[in-house]
Ligand binder design. Structure first.
Ligand code: TMP
Ligand code: ZN
Length: 394
């Protein structure tokens, strides 16, 4: 196939088999109609963009969308507050405009109540709010904002860009909207962290791209922009925060001496050597066998899953873990409770069930929220099964 970003040749290096829709939690009656697609990943030989080979046609996303409300995780709220403080100190003047792509539940822009701000998001928004544009971010939306209120000094996007198939249109829109001295700051799961931790469950239908410093540099270049800095972030299992400015800018508002840590991570992180990519499938298969082995040792005991995440759909289906291994999955999202997990059809229950009737072992599926969950479930006396320091620990 050809790269969605630059048209170069994409070489497949990973096959995660037939997978259901990651967020396609379903009722019993929907079992027979469940949609599956081929989850395969490749890398572009020209621009190093790691991307899905096959996309699910939008009409098949038959399940509901269960957007994760950022505000329901105190760690994420804290992370966003720190970024907001950084922006106020180093990137945004009081008169400047800040625009967020992927407003979610408003938890990030809440930090900018006294500033001029606009959130752009087609879904999951509270009702009328004059600061919100309920659309996909596009050149049209960019032009509309410029004509209505002027260019943005800061554009922010958290865990959103990797979902957008037409990245070229997105960067074109950024170029329209951004002031000459402004900055785009975005964060997404980092390819090198996924690789290092063999975190293949980060791969699912909604994540079209797995960015690296190299691939972001290339896509920015194609649109008159440049990557000026990148810093690693310990959220969502390892993310990168990218700072992108106009290629022509000389009066970049972020000044290196003021933010030295932001300048440390510009390195050619993704090597294009075949080894990097060829070894990945083997590493994943070893991780799968190890998990199956651990679950085999708990046979006869009661084992459940914690957190019906999108990630867990890839993990459970690739490792073929079903109701024989996990009695249920507990999750706080009301709309998921009473339904069944995609593909494996494991019942989703409320945390009350978990507390009333605790199992012997719990497989931590929402591992990106580990600290928060361990704190919350201090009273659980059974064993946790989780992946750490390169192996499954019990
Ligand atoms: P996501 O990572 O796919 O967005 O899903 C996170 C899921 O984890 C979401 O359904 C809520 C669930 N969750 C819990 O059940 N308990 C928790 O303490 C946290 C932080 C998340
Ligand atoms: Zn490419």
């Amino acid at each position: 196939m050809n790269c969605r970003v630059c048209g170069g040749e994409v070489k497949q290096f990973l096959d995660l088999g037939k997978q259901p829709i990651a967020n396609g939690f379903l009722t019993k009656r929907q079992f027979s109609k469940e949609f599956f697609y081929n989850l395969k990943v490749g890398v572009c030989a020209e621009c190093a963009m790691v991307q899905l080979i096959e996309l699910v046609p939008p009409g098949n996303l038959f399940g509901k969308n269960y957007p994760f409300k950022t505000s329901s995780s105190y760690q994420m709220v804290k992370h966003q507050k720190q970024l907001a403080d950084f922006i106020k100190k180093h990137a945004l003047e009081y008169s400047g405009l800040i625009v967020e792509i992927g407003y979610n539940d408003g938890s990030f822009l809440k930090n900018f109540k006294d500033y001029r701000y606009i959130g752009v998001d087609p879904s999951s928004l509270p009702k009328e709010n004059s600061h919100i544009i309920r659309e996909f971010f596009s050149p049209n939306v960019g032009n509309f904002i410029v004509e209505s209120v002027g260019q943005a000094q800061v554009i922010v996007s958290l865990n959103t860009l990797c979902h957008i198939p037409n990245l070229n249109e997105l960067f074109e829109a950024v170029n329209i909207l951004l002031e000459p001295g402004g900055v785009l700051i975005f964060e997404d799961p980092y390819w090198d962290s996924i690789k290092k931790d063999t975190a293949f469950d980060q791969i699912y239908d909604e994540h079209v791209y797995y960015f690296s410093v190299t691939s972001v540099e290339k896509v920015a270049e194609q649109h008159g922009l440049k990557l000026v800095a990148a810093t690693w972030q310990p959220v969502h299992g390892g993310s990168m925060r990218y700072f992108v400015a106009k290629a022509t800018t000389r009066t970049f508002i972020l000044k290196p001496p003021e933010v030295p840590e932001a300048w440390t991570l510009i390195e050619k992180a993704t090597s294009l050597s075949d080894e990097t990519f060829n070894g990945f499938q083997d590493a994943i298969d070893r991780k799968r066998r190890a998990l199956q082995g651990v679950l085999a040792t708990t046979e006869g005991k009661r084992t459940v899953g914690y957190g019906a995440t999108s990630k867990s759909t890839t993990l459970l289906n690739y490792c073929n873990i079903g109701r024989d291994q996990l009695e249920y999955i507990t999750d706080t999202t009301l709309a998921k409770q009473g339904k069944y997990s995609p593909g494996q059809h494991i019942p989703i229950v409320s945390p009350d069930e978990f507390h009333k009737n605790p199992p012997d072992y719990t497989l931590l599926l929402a591992w990106n929220h580990q600290a928060e969950i361990m704190e919350k479930e201090k009273k659980f006396k059974g064993g946790w099964i989780h992946y750490q320091r390169g192996g499954w620990q019990v």
